[in-house]
Design a protein around this ligand. Structure first.
Ligand code: ZN
Length: 428
């Protein structure tokens, strides 16, 4: 995983990761702002001193390694004579159950000196106060899969820049459902939404708990949930400030100059080649093209360019191929914003789709609406409905201008928890 060398004066998303780790290790109170100022520097030096590292205030590979458990939420403890899992739980302030959950193949009564065990640390993995970058996604996936080994990760393909597009799988049921987020770059808060939900679902499943009133073990047994939290990692990287140089960045700058009224990079929705990934699916693509061309989106740019043909962008192609390999009974595509649920494509009426849509509307407070004509074609939902005649939804979360500020996240999460939970079993 690439974690950038940091020094005082830096301003970037890696500084937010640094501040998160310092918060969680109690070297810094609050103040996650992505600016490496004097308070952060003092905290880094303090951390370096306590960890016997050279106190240069620079966050290099060695310091990042020492901070890393406070990002992923677990550390690897090498067992010595006299260790018991219970003693480890006391030493690290965690619970015995959490350690046992993370180490299903370790026999607590027969610990092997010299082998390592995973020790989850006493805080949630997925932070809600940071820009959700592709790096943070990778960190959260590593943390969640270590803590909850029944959560499986794979890759559905690669982005234009060669970044893996991860997929998480949870559950053992025959019924398959699929959620995706961040087709659009400046809608990255939907990746956070999906990851936070996965953490809560995993936690409930691990501890025989309930989520939104449902027994997690029932959901787990009835359905298998697949989540692709970030379809467009390159675009998210651009909008969140991780990508600030290099050929792809320069090309994006050049493309954005063709559309001077769209702020850069905050108005960027497309993939890094300037193709709108949710106008790439083979469902009325020509109609989408005609509409978007007439609106002036005739070449690669920050948004609304349909590409030169369907499935030209590798990210949309990967989602398409992945869908083809499965038998999804229901899909949710997460976008921002508007607090609206779209459920229709043309005059298709998949069985149960209206009734499920109304139920989603009632548990979220979002309105169930027909898709406006100007965005009625070539989206993932449109293709899914036309290909399978099964319920597929586009959910536009939150209110405001994308990228939505993180302070809107708690409301977005509470509004969507019911949809995210009940969609797992709604199509049964
Ligand atoms: Zn969108």
């Amino acid at each position: 995983m690439f974690l950038k060398l940091l020094k005082p004066g830096d301003r970037n998303p890696w500084v937010e990761l640094l501040q998160l780790a310092l918060n969680r290790s109690n070297f810094l109170k609050g103040g996650i702002d992505g600016i490496y100022g004097p308070k952060t520097e003092a905290a880094v030096k303090d951390f370096q001193k306590k960890n016997n590292l050279s106190q240069n205030g620079q966050v290099d590979g060695t310091t990042w390694n020492a901070l890393f458990p406070y990002l992923t939420g677990y550390l690897q403890h090498k067992l010595v004579q006299g260790d018991t899992l219970y003693r480890l739980s006391v030493k690290y302030g965690t619970s015995l159950h959490q350690i046992e959950m993370a180490n299903p193949h370790v026999d607590p009564l027969n610990l092997q000196v010299g082998s390592t065990v995973i020790v989850p640390l006493p805080f949630p993995v997925v932070p809600t106060q940071l820009r959700f970058t592709p790096t943070l996604l990778e960190i959260c996936i590593q943390g969640l899969t270590a803590r909850y080994p029944f959560l499986e990760v794979s890759s559905i393909g690669q982005s234009v820049m060669g970044t893996d597009i991860p997929c998480l799988k949870i559950g053992s049921g025959l019924n398959e459902v699929f959620y995706n987020g961040s087709h659009h770059a400046n809608e990255w808060i939907t990746s956070l939404l999906l990851m936070k939900f996965l953490e809560d679902y995993c936690k409930s499943a691990a501890y025989s708990g309930k989520i939104f009133g449902e027994r997690a073990s029932d959901l787990y047994i009835l359905s298998t949930l697949y989540v692709v939290p970030m379809v467009n990692p390159d675009g998210v990287s651009l909008v969140t400030g991780e990508l600030t140089q290099g050929d792809y960045y320069e090309k994006a700058v050049t493309m954005s100059k063709q559309y001077p009224n769209i702020p850069f990079p905050s108005g960027w929705k497309a993939n890094i080649s300037g193709i709108d990934l949710n106008l790439q699916y083979p469902a009325g693509w020509e109609d989408a093209r005609d509409i978007k061309y007439s609106q002036g989106y005739t070449k690669p740019g920050p948004r609304d360019y349909v590409g030169s043909m369907p499935l030209e962008a590798p990210e949309s192609k990967a989602v398409y191929e992945f869908t083809k390999k499965h038998n999804f009974s229901l899909t949710l595509s997460y976008h921002t914003q508007g607090q609206v649920i779209y459920w229709k494509y043309l005059d298709y009426l998949p069985p149960k789709s209206k009734e499920i849509g109304l139920m989603f509307s009632s548990v979220s407070g979002y309105s169930l609406e027909d898709t406006p004509e100007e965005s009625a074609y070539a989206g993932y939902k449109d293709w899914f409905i036309s290909e399978y005649n099964k319920p597929g939804y586009t959910i536009e979360v939150g209110e405001g201008t994308s990228p939505l500020p993180l302070k809107t996240f708690p409301t977005i999460y509470s509004n969507n928890l019911g949809i995210l939970t009940l969609a797992i079993i709604a199509s049964l």
